[in-house]
Design a protein around this ligand. Structure first.
Ligand SMILES: Cc1cc2nc3c(=O)[nH]c(=O)nc-3n(C[C@H](O)[C@H](O)[C@H](O)COP(=O)(O)O)c2cc1C
Length: 184
């Protein structure tokens, strides 16, 4: 799959049908993530690939109610890092930036496999860290729901059934990009 195609294909979809997640697939997408650039090659990202029934149900308890749909995902990926794992240059802490770059590559690799990768901020971080044995001092940045998209939207609430059908909009070029100087 062309990079451009994977980028256009990636959407925050919510209707899933169950699939088996193979360890081989996890290793392949992790390989794509780990090739990301990072400050001084620090590679500050840490991923927990959660696919076991028990581990998944523990994580489900940590989701906010509007993320009910993520309980049908076949895998959840916990993305964590901390400041100490990466460069700090003056007031610039690079761990979130570098982890974000690797996570973007991870998500596109998952999409390239024909699956959905949907990042979430709506979860209780303290409970999720406990459920996965993630050390207290790590910042659990996101959970990513991974699964095969389903054409059956009936398990989704009304609003989510509608958003499932429409691609999200984007700001026009002039609102986020400038030539030669910032025009705020
Ligand atoms: C950091 C982050 C947190 C997000 N949190 C949630 C969430 O908790 N629940 C949800 O349904 N979608 C969540 N999303 C998905 C966004 O709403 C979605 O990416 C955005 O609306 C753009 O749509 P698109 O991804 O289909 O292009 C999150 C996305 C990101 C990157």
């Amino acid at each position: 799959m062309e990079l451009k195609y994977a980028i256009s294909k990636r959407r925050a979809l919510r209707a899933f049908e169950p699939i088996e997640i193979l360890d081989e697939m996890i290793k392949e997408v992790a390989e794509t993530a780990v090739r990301a650039a990072s400050c001084a090659n620090k590679q500050p990202w840490r991923f927990v690939f959660v696919k076991g029934k028990e581990a998944l149900s523990k994580l489900h308890e940590t989701l906010v109610s509007r993320n009910y749909w993520a309980k049908d995902a076949s895998m959840l990926i916990a993305v964590s890092s901390k400041k100490e794992l990466d460069c700090v240059v003056g007031n610039r802490e690079y761990y979130l930036f570098d982890t974000g770059m690797a996570t973007a590559q991870l998500m596109l690799a998952i999409v390239e496999k024909g699956l959905v990768a949907h990042a979430m901020a709506g979860f209780n971080s303290e409970l999720a860290k406990k459920a996965l044995n993630i050390p207290e001092d790590m910042n659990l940045i996101t959970l990513i729901a991974v699964g095969k998209h389903s054409e059956d939207f009936s398990k989704l609430g009304k609003k989510h059934q509608e958003t499932e059908k429409i691609r999200s909009t984007r700001k026009p070029f002039e609102e986020y990009a400038y030539i030669d100087e910032f025009k705020g």
